[in-house]
Design a protein around this ligand. Structure first.
Ligand code: XIL
Length: 312
């Protein structure tokens, strides 16, 4: 049976996975390379990873993932430049005037995007800017700078690598609802201001049996604004233990998300947030839940793998 990356290529989308750079050897590396046409560093490009101390950059982890991608003919989704979480404490706990924070933020974007110029295909420039009700999250950036930080981050990213596709990315925006309405209105405003935004990422951290019925319609309304869309962090979590019935439902869920992307011409691709249950954030963040990815802990494909393959 053909690898997922080839099936996806033939349908005009990329099939990607988040990876952990430090694990890219042996069977983990072999599967990541064989099956996926795009990789996202799960943590290695976050601000706290690359600039833990102001002005001291550490690119080892990010370089490892980008080098791996190049060695295996894979695209890279850079993740992520401006986010309220996994910030270095010097940013999160600093006392900032608006001008000082804006300068620090744009320097960070310019430095990181510049380092990987020509090597990162898509950047999640701004991650999780919204609250559940669709209003602007009062992160250090939102609270200090208001919505203007988003435009500034995109402009800095475009200047640093004009060829990279620049995305805003969030969770719980997958279906229609208050939060995705907020994202829709945000993207409309950014476009009206001439902000260089190319796409909207939908994380799709989903619960078993709860793929939003409006996923496709939601992707389509964003695409009709004239931007690309992508599923950027798909996983489907279940209460443990996994059973055959749950794994069958999960297969249907993965297939439904894949079909929604395929149905929307401007859906550029789909990324799973870890391809093996041994490399998933879910058990750590949602106690009692897991088995959220297409491969089990021993790197055997699960029904979800077949769900993606059949949908492709
Ligand atoms: C997660 C990583 O997978 C974990 O290893 C880390 O401890 C926390 O972050 N939304 C995002 C991702 O945009 O960056 C998060 O990744 C999962 C939720």
């Amino acid at each position: 049976e053909a690898p997922l990356r080839d099936l996806a290529d033939a349908r005009g989308i990329y099939l990607g996975t988040a990876v952990t750079g430090g694990r890219l050897t042996g069977g983990y590396a072999d599967t990541a390379a064989a099956q996926f046409g795009s990789v996202t560093p799960g943590n290695e490009m976050k601000w706290g990873s690359v600039e833990p101390v102001r002005g001291q950059f550490s690119w080892t982890g990010a370089d490892r993932v980008v080098d791996f991608a190049e060695a295996h003919g894979q695209e890279v989704r850079g993740h992520t430049l401006v986010w309220h979480s996994q910030l270095p404490s010097w940013v999160e706990n600093g006392t900032w005037t608006p001008d000082a924070l804006r300068a620090v933020m744009t320097d960070h974007v310019t430095t990181e995007v510049g380092r990987y110029k020509g090597r990162v295909d898509h950047w999640d420039v701004v991650n999780e800017p919204l609250n559940e009700d669709g209003t602007l999250r009062r992160s250090v950036f939102g609270a200090t700078l208001g919505e203007s930080y988003i435009a500034d981050a995109f402009r800095a990213a475009r200047a640093a690598d004009p060829a990279a596709r620049l995305y805003v990315n969030d969770y719980s925006t997958d279906g229609l609802g208050a939060k995705s309405d907020g994202m829709y209105a945000l993207v409309e405003r950014l476009l009206a201001q001439g902000v260089p935004i190319d796409g909207v990422g939908f994380q799709a951290h989903l619960i078993l049996g709860q793929v939003p019925s409006t996923l496709e319609a939601n992707l389509r309304r964003f695409a009709e604004l004239g931007v690309d869309v992508a599923i950027t962090e798909l996983d489907v979590r279940m209460t443990l233990p996994a059973t055959d019935a749950k794994l069958a439902q999960q297969k249907a869920d993965y297939a439904a998300v894949t079909r929604a992307c395929l149905a929307v011409t401007r859906c550029a691709g789909l990324t799973v947030w870890g391809f093996t249950d041994s490399d998933s954030w879910i058990p750590d963040f949602f106690p009692g839940q897991g088995a959220a990815t297409p491969y089990d802990e021993s790197l055997n494909p699960k029904p979800a793998y077949a769900g993606i393959a059949e949908a492709l």
